[in-house]
Design a protein around this ligand. Sequence first.
Ligand SMILES: Nc1ncnc2c1ncn2[C@@H]1O[C@H](COP(=O)(O)OP(=O)(O)OP(=O)(O)O)[C@@H](O)[C@H]1O
Ligand code: SF4
Ligand SMILES: [Mg+2]
Length: 327
Amino acid sequence: MSGALQVKNLHVRFRRPEGVIHAVNGVSFEVASGEWLGILGESGSGKSVTMLALLGLQSESAFVAQGEALFGDRDLLKLSERKLQSVRGREIGMIFQSLSAGLNPYIRIGDQVMEPMLQHALCRKPEARRRALALLSEVGLADPETQFRRYPFELSGGMRQRVMTAVALACQPQLLIADEPTTALDTTIAIQVLRMLRDICEKRQMTTVMVTHDLGVATNVCDRIIVMYGGMVMETADVDAFVARAAHPYTRGLKEALVDHRDRGRPLRPIPGAAETLWEAPRGCPFAPRCSLADERCDREIPNLIALGEGHEAACHRLEEGMSDVG
Ligand SMILES: Nc1ncnc2c1ncn2[C@@H]1O[C@H](COP(=O)(O)OP(=O)(O)OP(=O)(O)O)[C@@H](O)[C@H]1O
Ligand code: SF4
Ligand SMILES: [Mg+2]
């Protein structure tokens, strides 16, 4: 098994006419071979910027100020664009945030699934066609011959998502990076599509990093979850520890805000406030402006990740109070 990834102290910034945005501020994480890692956080927490930077796909105004991303014996952040092109789609499969970014509306489904195999010269067209048909069937599309000739607009959202999965898996990558792969789908269909994806990844012994802002999706399909806020890692835990013992005030806020049908009638409890654009490097905890436990230390000192159990860490100065005060 392969596909492990180790990200160390990643910092990504954007140059803007108004100043510099500090979008990712020292993110470190590892994903072990064969593992499903979920990266969870609200909008603007730096999830996509992190993933795009690893693949060298960040926008022109973005730059990696510091960090390493070890994939096998290579640091992805140090590869030339030509070398990265040979890794993207071939060794690392990608599914992007919006459906429109993933499929070309003017190109037939079959051609889009064959394209990465032909681009990376894995095989000739007749073999690519055979593999594409097998992939369409593997991702759960009935009558692949007919789907092969269709355009994206002729398919439902769930079917398009399955096609995007087939494109991402076409070259049999070792690592899959999926950024909000099911964001356009309701949670039930999303979980169906992701379980299908998980089965395929397990069969192929692939490693997966999935970005999501949907806590229900993350706890249903991932082995381990990393919670991000303000471009930093707030908490990391195996899914069981995450469900039973989430410790960080931000993670607890995300769980409290979740609508649960068993709590019908309970008033919604969203986290007050919203994430702010970071025009300076954080000097303290980025969650402090929204945290009910924040004190003066939180504003002036960045909390380090503290071990709470095997594979469970959280970055907060007031973990003990948080755990007794909330929930
Ligand atoms: N193209 C850009 N130009 C300038 N700043 C950007 C750009 N893209 C992202 N940012 C900054 O980086 C921060 C993190 O953005 P990112 O796209 O990683 O958020 P996210 O966690 O993926 O959120 P979402 O759930 O909405 O996709 C944003 O809040 C913004 O400040
Ligand atoms: S470090 Fe302070 S502000 Fe940050 S989550 Fe903990 S208590 Fe809240
Ligand atoms: Mg995003």
